[in-house]
Design a protein around this ligand. Structure first.
Ligand SMILES: [Zn+2]
Length: 378
């Protein structure tokens, strides 16, 4: 099919695509609820079977089971299409933000990040099985289940599959206007526990050592590790401490998020966090965690991949641009291995992790067509 024929065919698929998207969004899948995410994994496996492909299930203990499948034999090399099924939204979010279409926007928890991208990926499987698109290479589809919590249970598989592939397409949400992502900052997550000594706040406060007061000091020290020149951000994202309003608090804790453009910067912040010293001599500090994802750096292969995608997009009337983000994705793991990676191939929209999360209905057919064309022609 020509680009125009493909677009027209996909336009006719719009309703069935929206129905599929609705089913996926209405199966809530917070990363932390294995039973719920497993339901989505089963749904994916069923769809894979419906496309005459064999679903492979990788059981996971603490997070949802991973699903993958592969199309094609022989051929020249392999494309990996990478998605995640989990969302940041707790069970019940559908009540506050039900699936609904309003003024050309489709709303729902996790729709932009990234159930629309999952839907596009499932449609590609369908189109391959109908013979609408005939990829040159083998195509492997991987649906992971813990991206939003750092991918601890999937990183090994992502890296193994990336090594076995010539290029990786990630159907995470794009930047505003459908702009693809070719650079992502690296991300780190750390936690600090502060142990002090409790005492009665009125009777003998001098015998206490306040963990919360120490926390206040440490929050300043942590934030000072940021560098605006190098665009390194360091933020305390959660903090708590104390037990009662009349007790000198013996314990406090904080979580820390940091983002960096180079591996060296990531190590600088990680090392500095672990080297933080208590201000009060009787306080004990524990810091755990560190770099979670390396920066996604495109390199020569990534540049060629983007240039080729631009050409393919132009045949569909799309003027594809590239951009960068501070948000992490599993594309960082493949890119760090030197495998050309193109990210942000999901559907135009806005509000990832926010109440106004939505995608643009009119963008849906063209983005599915783009993914189909990339899988076919790259
Ligand atoms: Zn995502």
């Amino acid at each position: 099919m020509t680009g125009n024929e493909l677009l027209r065919a996909f336009e006719e698929e719009r309703d069935s695509t929206v129905d599929l998207l609705r089913e996926l969004v209405e199966l809530e899948s917070p990363s932390t609820d294995k039973a719920l995410v497993d339901q989505v994994a089963s749904f994916i496996a069923e769809h894979v079977r419906g496309c005459a492909l064999e679903p492979r299930i990788v059981p996971r203990e603490d997070v949802g089971d991973i699903v993958w499948t592969e199309w094609g034999e022989g051929g020249e090399g392999r494309i990996l299409v990478l998605c995640h099924l989990d969302t940041v939204w707790p069970q019940g979010s559908l009540e506050r933000m039900p699936f609904r279409i309003e003024e050309g926007r489709i709303h729902g928890p996790g729709i932009f990040d990234m159930k629309a991208g999952v839907t596009a990926t499932l449609k590609i499987q369908e189109f391959i099985s109908r013979g609408w698109i005939r990829p040159r290479r083998k195509v492997r589809f991987l649906y992971t289940t813990d991206e939003e919590t750092g991918s601890d249970a999937s990183v090994e598989l992502i890296e193994e599959f990336s090594r076995e592939s010539d290029l990786v397409l990630v159907t995470e949400p794009p930047l505003p206007g459908g702009v693809l992502k070719t650079f992502r900052k690296g991300a780190g997550m750390a936690a600090m526990n502060i142990h002090g000594r409790s005492a009665h706040a009125g009777v003998e406060p001098e015998r206490g050592v306040s963990a919360v007061r120490e926390l206040a000091h440490q929050i300043g020290a942590i934030h000072r590790l940021a560098s605006s020149r190098l665009e390194t951000s360091v933020h305390v994202t959660m903090a708590e401490g104390g037990t009662r309003d009349n007790v000198i608090p013996e314990f406090a804790k904080a979580t820390i998020d940091f983002r960096f453009r180079t591996v060296e910067e990531g190590h600088r912040v990680e090392d500095a966090l672990h080297a933080l010293k208590p201000r009060h001599p009787e306080i004990r500090l524990e810091v755990t965690g560190g770099i979670n994802r390396p920066p996604m750096i495109k390199g020569d292969g990534g540049q060629q991949l983007f240039d080729r995608a631009r050409e393919i997009g132009s045949e569909l009337g799309l003027d594809l641009e590239e951009g960068e983000t501070g948000g992490g994705s599993d594309g960082s793991f493949s890119a760090a291995l030197g495998v050309p990676t193109l990210d942000g191939l999901g559907v135009n929209g806005d509000g990832a992790h926010a109440l106004h999360e939505h995608i643009e209905l009119d963008a849906l057919p063209a983005r599915v067509a783009l993914l189909a064309r990339l899988v076919e022609k790259l």
